[in-house]
Design a protein around this ligand. Structure first.
Ligand code: PGA
Length: 247
């Protein structure tokens, strides 16, 4: 795993994406995208680059990492709404190239299986962007998620419900379940970039770089992946003895 410490992780991430899209020789570039507070800055930079014609989404296919179960896509808290507001409504992506799990599907298990299949049929994920939870989760793979898990329905932990209650009127309104890419789905990506900002993520990064690879800290399972970079600000990296660079 490589560590980059950046004063502006969102800008660093957007620049990496710009380079990867410029380097891409394939017909379609498959990109996995997160929601949450951390990637907002990355999306602002991508939109700015798009306005300056430095980044082109015409051959990009996206898969969002997760979505709440039972939340209509038009609801402001739905990740679908988040993506529309922060990215998709402001760039030249083809509507048919956007994929977000449908949290209102009648059969959520079938929806997850179809989502996994669609990623496979697209040739797998070229570049996976993710944030990390305070408990080390990636997407909604909560502690204890199996390393061979695929896209599936999961129960959210009490911790995650409390952390995410800031986007709802109260914790009781936060959905208790979500649809999420699995750990195996993520580890199958050709490149993984995790963004982490703020002191609240410092313990998760300590576990990622300096602890054992264990499903108690899902982020530490990325030690098994050959092409993973964590872009952190100084606060998120504050507990690390690890120096930036390849380890
Ligand atoms: P955050 O969430 O970016 O809002 O901190 C990250 C996550 O839970 O994956």
């Amino acid at each position: 795993m490589k560590l980059i410490i950046s004063q502006n992780p969102g800008l660093t991430a957007a620049e990496i994406l710009k380079t990867r899209l410029q380097e891409n020789k394939k017909k379609t570039f498959v990109l996995a995208l997160p929601t949450g507070g951390t990637p907002v800055e990355m999306y602002k930079n991508i939109v700015r680059m798009h306005k300056n014609k430095k980044i082109d989404f015409s051959n990009v296919l996206t898969f969002n990492l997760d979505e709440y179960a039972g939340v209509d896509k038009c609801c402001p808290q739905a990740y679908c709404s988040f993506m529309e507001e922060n990215l998709f409504g402001q760039i030249d992506i083809k509507r048919e190239n956007i994929n977000i799990p449908n949290g209102m599907a009648k059969d959520l298990n079938a929806e997850c299986a179809a989502y996994e299949d669609k990623i496979k049929k697209a040739g797998g994920i070229d570049l996976f962007f993710g944030g990390v939870g305070e408990n080390g989760h990636i997407a909604f793979n909560e502690p204890g998620s199996p390393v061979d898990s695929l896209t599936r329905v999961v129960d959210l932990t009490e911790d995650t419900i409390n952390v995410n209650s800031r986007f709802f009127s109260c914790a009781a309104d936060v959905p208790k379940q979500a649809l999420t890419m699995g750990v195996k789905t993520i580890l199958s990506s050709r490149e993984i970039i995790i963004l982490a900002t703020g002191k609240k993520k410092a313990e998760a990064l300590k576990a990622a770089f300096e602890g054992p690879s264990t499903s108690e800290w899902i982020i530490s399972l990325l030690q098994k992946h050959q092409n993973t970079t964590v872009i952190a600000d100084a606060d998120a990296a504050s507990l690390l003895k690890t120096k930036p660079g390849n380890i």
